[in-house]
Design a binder for this molecule. Structure first.
Ligand SMILES: NC(=O)c1ccc[n+]([C@@H]2O[C@H](COP(=O)([O-])OP(=O)(O)OC[C@H]3O[C@@H](n4cnc5c(N)ncnc54)[C@H](OP(=O)(O)O)[C@@H]3O)[C@@H](O)[C@H]2O)c1
Length: 357
């Protein structure tokens, strides 16, 4: 049963919607209906992830609403035991945008299970709140859930490589790794050295240096114990594997493991984080609505719900903060931002779009 909203909710909204082929455009579409346990969120800010343009280019079926990360205000709720939120609460998180006609953050409204979003602490601005989403959750999934890293923080005194420290995932991973007590080493372009240092990097190596992996082995006294590759193309995966010490270890990836890299060293375990399994539903990531079912993993949903419940505390107590932000206005500028991101022109920052009035 949907509880009556405090303000009238329109029947339709503006949203970025997948069209024919590899294009998406702004259209007028129905405001999503709520499932039991959901809240309806009026989107205030949404931010840009590589997965957003990748969905448009390769995956999204026609009619899907694009966009993952968001923050906004709850405008309607359902009566259900897991609904702890009320109309007027500020919330944030991410949805599997680009896959469904009623779920996406590049839209004026979205719906979300009430336990799979987090309440925004008062000292967090809407721009900041909208910029945690996918990369924040990916860093937690890799370093805490998958690697079983000690959390709340302790003193680990081991070397961790965060490959691609200036990426959005990398800047969250560096903060977590530093809090967890790791000795952190990262790679980035030299213009981002001060940035990654301020997010927790102890040692920094320029990945363009052909001897970068040797330098990492030298600094760490033989190689790292654990790693997260926040870029994860075949070349960076191979690089990361070469940075491990004699005992091997676990390398977490943000893209699928390259079969050739997997064969390189049997003592380095490659683990791919796929965030979309966190909603506890079967998903399909095949192009344009073809079926390639990845079954639901119930423990993944439990991890996500717990992370959402604790995120206000993680921000307030541990001070986990988003990357530097650049604000842009409206849904109409998103396609241009996709092109910038595809061209590799976004470095060491996140783009946040103001969606709501
Ligand atoms: N599996 C999942 O669920 C999941 C979740 C989140 C992200 N991802 C994937 O993870 C990747 C990173 O996402 P993101 O949002 O963090 O990206 P992002 O913020 O857009 O990354 C931009 C940064 O990447 C760095 N970079 C680019 N190529 C590099 C290379 N070859 N070596 C080292 N650094 C490089 C650049 O560093 P410099 O400017 O310093 O050179 C730049 O600062 C994307 O491919 C994304 O699709 C997957």
């Amino acid at each position: 049963m949907t509880i009556a909203p405090a303000l009238p909710i329109p029947a339709t909204m503006r949203a970025m919607v997948q069209g024919d082929g590899d294009q998406a455009a702004i259209q007028e579409v129905p405001v999503p209906k709520l499932d039991e346990g959901d809240v309806l969120v009026k989107v205030d800010y949404a931010s840009l992830n590589p997965t957003d343009w990748k969905h448009v280019a390769w995956l999204s079926p026609k009619g899907a609403v694009i966009g993952c990360d968001y923050t906004g205000t709850v405008v309607a709720t359902t009566s259900h035991p897991r609904v702890h939120l009320k109309v007027g609460d500020r919330v944030a998180g991410w949805v599997h945008g680009g896959m469904y006609p009623d779920r996406g953050s590049y839209a004026e409204y979205l719906h979300i299970p009430a336990d799979l979003c987090w309440k925004v602490p008062d000292n967090v601005t809407p721009q900041q709140a909208g910029a945690y989403g996918v990369p924040y959750c990916t860093a937690f999934h890799g370093l805490v859930h998958s690697q079983k890293g000690a959390w709340p923080p302790t003193k680990l005194n081991k070397w961790i490589l965060i490959y691609g420290g200036s990426s959005s995932v990398g800047l969250y991973a560096l903060q977590l790794a530093k809090l967890m007590g790791y000795k952190t080493i990262t790679t980035c372009s030299p213009h981002n050295n001060d940035l990654v240092k301020s997010y927790g990097a102890d040692e920094i190596v320029d990945y363009a240096n052909p001897a970068a992996h040797l330098k990492i082995k030298e600094i760490t006294g033989g190689g790292v114990d654990v790693a997260m590759d926040c870029i994860s193309d075949a070349k960076t995966q191979a690089f990361c594997v070469d940075c491990f010490g004699d005992k091997g270890g676990q390398l977490n990836l943000t893209l699928q493991a390259d079969p050739e890299v997997e064969k390189k060293r049997t003592d380095v375990k490659l683990v791919f984080t796929l965030l979309y399994t966190l909603f506890g539903k079967d998903i399909s990531l095949a192009p344009r609505g073809q079926k390639n079912l990845i079954p639901a993993i119930p423990q993944e949903r439990d991890f996500f719900a717990e992370l959402c419940a604790k995120t206000p505390e993680y921000i307030s107590v541990f001070g986990i903060r988003p990357p530097p932000l650049e604000e842009r206005q409206g849904l109409d500028v998103i396609t241009a931002a996709f092109e910038e991101m595809k061209a590799g022109k976004i470095s060491g920052k996140r783009i946040v779009f103001k969606i709501g009035a």
